[in-house]
Design a protein around this ligand. Structure first.
Ligand code: 5GP
Length: 130
């Protein structure tokens, strides 16, 4: 069965898209830990990120680098935190999170639940820097 992220790539589940190319896709996390929290995924459905072939892993990081620059421009912060967890969704993904302090990266505190309108506004702002 297709992962929830494959369904997002295919447009079967809506998302607030940031960018895509033939191999990679970026969109806002639906429950961000910080405004601008973006997920970057390979279109290839692989659960564990280090099961990607080396070239695909490298490409994912290069694609994420471009997205991170746009997130940083749209959501001013000290830096973009980068993390991989993968305990919830079995489709490899990189979290890009605008942070000013360590706690901004915490997944243990309650996550945000922004409105669709708020997510759309943030996504539009990030896309304007792509
Ligand atoms: P992880 O697998 O790295 O532990 O976490 C998966 C992340 O995907 C979570 O931060 C969660 O909020 C996000 N997520 C789960 N389902 C969806 C969804 O349907 N749409 C979007 N945009 N994000 C999701």
């Amino acid at each position: 069965m297709a992962s929830i992220f494959t369904k997002i790539i295919n447009g079967d589940i809506p998302c607030h898209k940031i960018a895509e190319d033939d191999k990679y896709f970026a969109f806002l996390d639906i429950n961000p830990v910080k405004e601008g929290h973006t997920l970057v995924i390979p279109k290839q459905e692989v659960d564990y990120i280090y099961d990607l072939e080396d070239d695909d892993l490298a490409g994912l990081n290069v694609f994420a680098k471009k997205v991170a620059a746009a997130v940083k421009s749209a959501c001013p912060c000290n830096r973009i935190g980068v993390t991989v967890i993968g305990l919830e969704v079995p489709h490899a993904h990189v979290h890009l999170i605008p942070i000013d302090k360590l706690n901004d990266m915490s997944f243990e505190k309650p996550k945000m639940n922004p409105t669709q309108e708020a997510l759309a506004e943030v996504a539009g702002r990030i896309r304007s820097f792509m």
